[in-house]
Design a protein around this ligand. Structure first.
Ligand code: AMP
Ligand code: FES
Ligand code: ZN
Ligand code: ZN
Length: 314
C-alpha cells in the first residue's frame, strides 16, 4: 500500500480515517492533528506553562515529544508510586522518564510517594479496606492529588496527561454502564480549573488510537516501558478495553464514533441537568491546603492518615 501523500510505502493504515501514510508523512500528521485538537478544545496556547504527567509509558512520552516539536513549553512530572512486583515497575518507569528528559534537556519533577507519605502504594493498599481488592483506587486518588498539588503550587497553567482514545472509550464505557452522570459530565478533552485550587486539565491525545501513538513512538525511536502495571491485571478498565477492541475489529471506527457522539451529546447539554453538578462549595483541607468539599480533611489526607495509624498500630 502506498502513502496517500507521496509514492513511498505506507507504514500505517488508519482504516477509520481511510488514510495510509509513509513514515515521513505519519511523523508530521500526528503533531499536526495534535495541534488541531489543542486549538479546537481550547486546551492551552504557547504562552501557557504546561506540566505533562509522565508515566514512562508511550503515550505520555510521545506527548511530551510532540509538545516540544510544536513549540510548547512543558515540564514533566513523574510520580513514583513505589510499585515493585515481579519487576521493578516504578523504578523502570522512572528510568525511561529520566532518560527521555535528559536526552531532550527537559525538566522532570519527581514526586516520591514513599518519601512523602511514609509508605508505598502497595503497602498502603494492604493496610486499608479501600485497597483490599486492588491498589488502583488508592493509586488513582494519590496520582490525581499529587498532579493537582504540584501543578497548582508550581503555578502551571495546565496539567496534561497522555490518555488516548482507547483509555477514554473504556472510561466512557464504564461510566455509561453505570450511568454515572456526574462522571460523564466531567469527562472530556478539557476540564477547566478553579481558582480555589484545581488546575485545568487537558488530554491532547484523546482522539488518537493507542496503535497510533505506539506507531509514532516506534518511528521516532522513543523508548518506553512496555509492561503494564503489575497490579492492573484483572482491572475493569482492561476488560472494557478488550470488549471495545473486539467491536473495533468487526467495525473499524467504533471507538472513535462512540467517543465523538458522546462529546456531541455533552455539547448539546445531555448531562447538565444532573443535581450532582451543582457546585459544592470548596474549602481548604485542614492538613494539605488543597481544595475539598469535606468539612475537615480531603479524601487524600484522610486515606493516608488511616494508613499511618495502621502502620503505627502494627
Ligand atoms: P494510566 O492511568 O496509567 O493509563 O495513565 C494515563 C496517564 O496518566 C498517562 O498517560 C500519564 O500522563 C499519567 N500518569 C500515569 N501514571 C503516572 C505516573 N506514575 N506519574 C505521572 N503521570 C502518570
Ligand atoms: Fe496505579 Fe498500578 S499504576 S495501581
Ligand atoms: Zn508519504
Ligand atoms: Zn488534604
Amino acid at each position: 500500500m502506498k502513502c496517500r501523500k507521496c509514492d513511498n510505502k505506507a507504514v500505517i493504515n488508519m482504516r477509520q480515517h481511510k488514510l495510509a501514510l509513509c513514515s515521513h508523512h505519519y511523523l508530521s500528521w500526528l503533531p499536526e492533528k495534535t495541534e488541531h485538537f489543542i486549538t479546537k478544545y481550547k486546551m492551552f496556547d504557547r504562552a501557557d506553562r504546561i506540566l505533562v504527567a509522565v508515566s514512562g509509558g508511550k503515550d505520555s512520552l510521545v506527548l511530551w515529544d510532540v509538545l516540544q516539536q510544536l513549540g510548547y513549553e512543558a515540564d514533566g512530572l513523574y510520580i513514583d508510586l513505589g510499585i515493585d512486583g515481579e519487576y521493578a515497575y516504578s523504578e523502570e518507569s522512572k528510568r525511561y522518564s529520566d532518560e527521555f528528559a535528559n536526552s531532550n534537556n527537559l525538566k522532570l519533577i519527581v514526586a516520591e510517594v514513599t518519601k512523602m507519605e511514609g509508605a508505598s502504594i502497595l503497602k498502603a493498599a494492604s493496610l486499608t479496606h479501600r485497597g483490599k481488592d486492588k491498589p488502583c483506587s488508592i493509586c488513582g486518588l494519590t496520582k490525581r492529588h499529587i498532579m493537582n498539588r504540584v501543578g497548582f503550587e508550581g503555578n502551571y497553567d495546565v496539567l496534561v496527561t497522555g490518555h488516548n482514545l482507547d483509555d477514554e472509550a473504556a472510561l466512557l464505557f464504564g461510566n455509561a454502564l453505570n450511568w454515572q452522570v456526574g462522571y460523564l459530565a466531567r469527562q472530556g478533552p478539557v476540564l477547566d480549573g478553579n481558582p480555589n485550587g484545581f488546575i485545568k486539565r487537558a488530554k491532547p491525545f484523546c482522539r488518537f488510537y493507542e496503535r497510533e501513538t505506539a506507531a509514532y513512538s516506534l518511528l521516532r525511536g522513543i523508548d518506553y516501558i512496555y509492561e503494564e502495571c503489575p497490579s492492573a491485571v484483572g482491572a475493569k478498565s482492561i476488560y472494557f478495553k478488550e470488549i471495545l477492541n473486539q467491536m473495533e475489529m468487526d467495525r473499524p471506527g467504533t471507538k472513535l464514533q462512540f467517543y465523538l457522539a458522546f462529546l456531541r451529546a455533552k455539547e448539546n447539554g445531555a448531562f447538565t441537568s444532573d443535581p450532582g453538578l451543582i457546585e459544592t462549595p470548596l474549602r481548604k483541607c485542614d492538613s494539605c491546603g488543597q481544595p475539598t468539599s469535606s468539612p475537615d480533611e480531603c479524601a487524600y489526607c484522610r486515606m493516608w492518615g488511616r494508613v499511618r495509624e495502621r502502620m503505627e498500630a502494627n
